[in-house]
Design a protein around this ligand. Sequence first.
Ligand code: KG4
Ligand code: ZN
Length: 346
Amino acid sequence: MYDTVNELNYRKTKMLILGIDTSCDDTAASVVEDGCRIISNIVSNQNEIHKKYGGIVPELASRRHIEMIWPVVDEALSRAKAGFKDISAIAVSHGPGLIGSLLVGVCFAKSLSFVNNIPLVSVNHLEGHIFSIFLERKPEFPFLALVVSGGHTSIYIVEGVGQYVELGRTRDDAAGEAYDKVAKLLGFGYPGGPIIDALSSSGNPEAMLFPKAALHGSFDFSFSGLKTAVLNHIKKNPELKKQDIAASFQSAVVEILVKKTIETAKTKGIKRLVLSGGVSANSALRNYVMQKACEENLEAYLPSLYLCTDNAAMIAAAGYYHFINGERADFTLNPKAYLPLGSADG
Ligand code: KG4
Ligand code: ZN
């Protein structure tokens, strides 16, 4: 039995946010109810386009976004069985990211908002990553958030919605970037993270001892020395097994990330850790952080794998909280390639 009247009343009391993300190489749109229930979540990735280059080609990324933005948004709405009249707000990520890619999503969201008279909310892409966990669980504030992706590796204290203090960040490469570069050195395509992750399962993580930059006395990270060490190893020892190089590299990255995050939590007296961003899909990182958090009596929150990498459900989730706080973006909204979380615009 299906009660149509009740279903309609139920719908009216719920708030649907349309999220849009085009910050890098994924065109994504999602409809999320009340900041936590995913109704649809469409991601069109560009891996086939970029894999032969071993990294993202920005010009190709923005051109593909232009082709895909309308079909992806249309699919997100139709899977949600929603029209624009059902949408309470449009949330769009306006940075940080590739400027040409961001422009597509921001201009598209502004046009939809204008034509359909729907409020617009801007979301920092990194904040979106942090809020991906809210689609599944609600960690109590304050918590420590490690955002570890292709473009960023930072630790924040999250005091509440819109209240972020960056404690540390990478001084050179992001962890995901290091994964992608090492995969390229080993002759694999893009994105390299999932390839190295899979390859590592049959490799020996102790085959090579790669450097693990500790940067004592700071909450920062560094991965460029590690990447160079892998390069030198490959040049000097071409006979080495790729799976051993992958596993040894991964073990160094995971140890750096987990040690620093746990140390930071202990120094700041914070009991909850949230991991997010593409690299948080890494199997070794997930296992090690759970193990260490348990040993240190900390609670670790890990989003499901499909919410770690770029998606628009996380943008809709963060956008929901800004929307109910009364925040609105206007048509002067412009994307920003550099947009630190916690800054005036971010
Ligand atoms: O968050 P994301 O989808 O996009 C950015 O905002 O950058 O992260 C993409 C990054 C890529 O560098 C990719 O290689 C990495 O996340 N990645 C992984 C895994 N899955 C994706 N790195 C390690 N292990 C994985 N399983
Ligand atoms: Zn991202």
